[in-house]
Design a protein around this ligand. Sequence first.
Ligand code: BEZ
Ligand code: FE
Length: 284
Amino acid sequence: MTAFFTEEGSADAVNARMGKDVNPRLKEVMASLIKHLHAFAKDIHLTQDEWDIAIDFLTRTGQMCSGERQEFILLSDTLGFSMLVDAINNRRPVGATENTVFGPFHVIGAPEREMGANISLDGKGESCLFEGRVIDLHGEPVAGARIDVWSDNAEGFYDVQQPDIQPKWNNRGIFTTGADGKYRFAGIKPVSYPIPDDGPVGKMLGLLGRHPYRPAHMHFLVTASGFQKVVTHTFVGDDPYINSDTVFGVKETLVAPYEHVKGETAWRSYFDFVLTPVGTSVAR
Ligand code: BEZ
Ligand code: FE
């Protein structure tokens, strides 16, 4: 019998339309999406006005996107969805360095720098020495690991947000470990900053009584042959936003020591990256 549309059977009516030769994974994904989307509308008794507002919001979100701005990723980030997808796909053994949100400010092709080099090119901020090791789960050094790092400047902006103000590649660099697995570079102690909040996502945060700030952090992308890629940050623990990161990126294991030291460098942050072999599976 033809499955006419009814309120009760709405999701089934839509899913029954799927053809026979649909890709099985697409079928699974779409069937679940329709089921949960319809259940959501019923759960909250969605009004027509509310749905019109939602359509307008999504339209404005799309219109805000450009080569330099990805408002949908900001939406995913601020809804905690980016962190959820990352968590599902990067379950690691206890002791392994955890992932966090990638963010929109990584740039491919940063300069490869000598171990110990300074990535802060604008001379602003409190200098900080970042050092530690890249090791495996047994504590053995990982040689040839690439550590791609990036951070905001002392005023809370990435170089790509201020191309006419900051030097190109300010606070960015790539370092490669030697046989001892050690890394070392100078930068600045990161500062907290708001995510771009002049679009619909910023408006949404305001309506929800949420601030747009991220606690201070240094970004790291660590890759090494035979190991899972680590996309992570180290966070400054005494940051005022440490418990309310607007994109939910903070994990306890990623709060790193940032210690004040006298002498040439004002701050020092030591952190070991513990890599997980490719193919390691961890049950939930
Ligand atoms: C960042 O840390 O660079 C970032 C992450 C998510 C959204 C915006 C910025
Ligand atoms: Fe960041």
